[in-house]
Design a protein around this ligand. Structure first.
Ligand code: NAD
Length: 353
């Protein structure tokens, strides 16, 4: 099998200097490529030259850029990792696709406007690029075993999927993706959401509401429910799957990561082999699977189509708050309703509280 050459946009600061507003996810991607074994790390671009240089030193190459367009033209990588903040993902993925990169692995959330998500999908369809988004939790045994229990009928017929999170967009991106995973990527036909955004909350440079309650409906009849911020304890665990005959809970505080309640029996703790809700080993598995899927020409759980599905629901939630009504999908707006409500003065989040 021929070696693939990987390049990176947005390296972050070295991990020992990274923190909540900069995790340096490029190092996670690079470590995952190295584990695969036959991938050569060849180049990196970062507007902060020091970041790129330290990254290159760490991985033993010298080819660095401050302009990612120059890197794409000069290096022509087989693999491109996009590890910048969300408002930059669209322009970088589209540039990669237009430069003919065959494999792009991007960080989530997909983009900062729904129109940008559509533009991304159009660009990769045109170029034939395989595009993946890092919703790596699908590769934790805590979540995967929940899906296996569900598919094995442990809770009967699935009736609803629920999640609690800090926000709909930054962390919600993973959670909508997981809900769709449990429900076999079934289409969603409507979304209803109310939210509060009174204190400015910027995560990786993007606005995220303080609190929200959202409900959505899958075309197979399954309901979705999530709470973010202050009302999150209403759901009280990371994910809950309610079936006709039982309940699966993932990530309830003070409990092991996964447990199931089947009719007539007490809660049963499921062995997840040490896997919990978070961990870079899931990224190693996700990237290994994406590379294998690319080489074998088969689908992968990280395929952009799944991220697109999850991200549409996020933008539809914010759109529902703007319209104060149900939003029917497919979503027919291209902007970011949360940002537009701030621009219009309809939402006035106070800075620095
Ligand atoms: N999958 C996960 O679990 C997970 C965890 C944390 C973060 N993330 C996501 O990863 C993404 C990146 O976050 P991070 O923490 O790695 O960021 P970071 O701040 O550590 O690194 C981003 C880098 O991008 C560089 N940059 C900014 N503009 C650029 C430009 N125009 N060209 C080239 N480089 C540019 C910055 O200088 C910085 O070095 C975010 O979208 C975030 O949501 C995902």
């Amino acid at each position: 099998m021929s070696k693939l050459r990987a390049a990176f946009i947005g390296t972050g600061r070295p991990p020992e200097r990274s923190g909540p507003m900069g995790y340096a996810t490029a190092y996670w991607h690079a470590d995952a490529y190295r584990l695969i074994g036959d991938i050569e790390l060849v180049a990196a671009a970062d507007i902060v030259e020091d970041h790129a240089r330290l990254f290159a030193d760490h991985y033993g190459f010298t080819d660095i850029y401050t302009d990612y367009h120059e890197m794409l033209a000069a290096v022509k990588p087989d693999i491109l990792s996009v590890c910048t903040w969300p408002h930059l993902h669209a322009e970088m993925i589209i540039a990669g696709a237009e430069a003919g990169v065959p494999f792009i692995y991007s960080e989530k959330p997909m983009a900062y406007k729904w129109g940008d998500c559509r533009a991304i999908m159009a660009a990769v369809e045109k170029s034939g690029t395989r595009l993946f988004f890092n919703h790596q939790r699908r590769y934790s045994k805590a979540f995967a075993a929940a899906k296996e229990l569900l598919d094995a009928g442990a809770i009967g017929k699935l009736q609803s999927v629920e999640f609690a999170a800090g926000n709909l967009y930054d962390y919600g991106s993973h959670n909508f993706d997981m809900c769709n995973f449990y429900n076999d990527e079934c289409d969603i036909d409507w979304v209803l959401c109310g939210l509060d955004y009174s204190r400015e909350s910027l995560v990786f440079g993007t606005h995220n509401e303080n609190s929200a309650v959202a409900v959505w409906h899958y075309t197979n009849g399954v309901m979705g429910l999530c709470t973010t911020g202050e009302p999150a304890p209403t759901i009280g665990c990371h994910h809950r799957l309610l079936g006709s005959d039982g309940v699966i809970e993932i990530g309830r505080d003070g409990q092991p990561p996964l447990r199931v309640l089947s009719a007539g029996k007490p809660w049963r703790v499921i062995d997840t082999g040490g896997d919990g809700l978070h961990g870079t080993e899931f990224i190693n598995r996700a990237i290994a699977d994406a590379v294998a899927a690319y080489r074998e020409g088969r689908p992968c759980m990280m395929d952009a189509a799944n991220a697109y599905h999850a991200t549409e629901t996020i933008f539809a939630c914010w759109e529902s708050a703007r319209r104060r009504g149900i939003v029917r999908l497919p979503l027919d707006t291209d902007d970011n309703a949360l940002v537009e409500m701030i621009k219009s003065g309809e939402l006035r989040p106070v800075k620095g509280e």
